[in-house]
Design a protein around this ligand. Sequence first.
Ligand code: NOJ
Length: 554
Amino acid sequence: MKSRWYKDAVVYQIYPRSFCDSNGDGIGDLRGIISKLDYIKDLGVNAVWLSPIYKSPNDDNGYDISNYRDIMDEFGTMADFDEMLKGMHERGIKLIMDLVANHTSDEHEWFVQSRSSKDNPYRDYYIWRKGRGKNGKKPPNNWTSRFGGSAWQYDEKTGEWYLHLFSKKQPDLNWENPAVRKEIADICNFWMDKGVDGFRCDVITYISKEKGLPNGKFNPIMCGDEHFVVGPRYHEFIHELNQNSWSKYDSYTVGESTGITFEKAPDCIAEKRQELDTIFGFEHMCTDMYMEVIPHKFKLSRFTKVLSKWQTLPEGCWNTLFLENHDQPRSLGRFTGDYGDNRYEAATMLAVAMQMQKGTPFVYQGQEIGMVNCKFRDEDYLDVMARQVFSIASKIPFGKAIARACLAKRARDHARTPMQWTAGENAGFTSGKPWMMLNPSYKTINVEADLKAGEKSIFAFYKRLHAFRIGNEIIKNGDFVPLDLTNNSVFGYTRSCGGKTLLVVANFKNKKATYSLPANLAKGRAVISNYGGSTLSAELDLRPYEAAVFEIEK
Ligand code: NOJ
């Protein structure tokens, strides 16, 4: 029986490459994580999601796996892993691993075999097709890689093309093949038998492709989605994996679910369906972007309408709450506008606005100290996606300038600069040369400085929020009622349960805002405030980025 422990969890995401380096090679590693377990515990979270740590040639920083049962050389050994897991469990922290099962690395033994000949037993582990046109030199269809360009790569050896929805070093697995599905279940069981508590399932919505792989509708940026996002056999495949692995353990799964709409979500996460426990919906993260990639101005009402809609998932479904991860730019600035000297207020306001909602919150490394986007020169971008965007854009007039402007706001590299521990050498991340440039902001924004900031410690504020929310019945199960979803300065909502009501208000602007409340919400005391105290009245005067939770008096 599942205890559904995740309903009372706050999850901290670690991007291992950039978290903490223990051996001076400039790359974060497992022993680095071990050295920070007390820090993670102190933050008051009770689960960790670890981005991939498996063997990988690192075309996409570990999201291209060459051996699912071994640890990446740079990150350490299986003994280090076992020690890390034990250290987490001793501290009451669960571990969620990243399950990357839509694709492998082209250096995985399965693919090496698969590409070696058409009659190799592993041929059908991947998706191979003949090309179109004379001599088959045109890709089999018009699908595009999520990183840009065709999703097909021609392979000289056998004269056929293989599908890769990400980089050409990430060939898609063929889930139609029962042997592939069994391999994935076995991999999950391998890690769960070791004591791992669950999985974040990478682009899991892409695993089932429509028969015949038809051309996608024309789209200037991405083609083919309608033929593989929650494809025809998606539910069957996930239910099978649930039955053959996840359901046998007290596990938690969260699916990265690009393209899943609110309407489709219940079919993916309702408890009775025995598929995934939760998904990461990205609708709120797309409210400041066109076509998921081109930035446009942030508008609070657009954002809060989406968040509030996801609060109304039907009974038996559970939500997730997040603003950051390793694929997203930092939330400060993005959702707050220019915060000037009010970085503490802006960061803690976002924390209140998100964490008082219903669902499981995820905090991304560095978010707990208010890390910010970085200024990159073209050559500083290391991410495979940014490099691909530049290479495609440079072929069209003004392309490079447009790409530069988009990446300055949107690049995944922003979240991947090394964790800022101190103002000292290399931000305390490594004694060697960091694999990626440090954000120069580390001189002022770092863990050491934040912990010393007393009343203005973002870490300490997060810690208070976690202590307040974990085990709090109103936050866990209470009704959510938004107050005024047309307001473009303040996000206000109530949470109620068992005759008790909490009022949450968050001023998203770096200036004062007034907020009118109905008489039944106008009396009460602040239980959380990022100004060290907030006063409730029918006409609330909120200071820049003021955020508070009030216990309402009847
Ligand atoms: C989603 C991951 O979060 C991202 O970092 C990766 O590039 C793609 N999936 C491909 O695995």
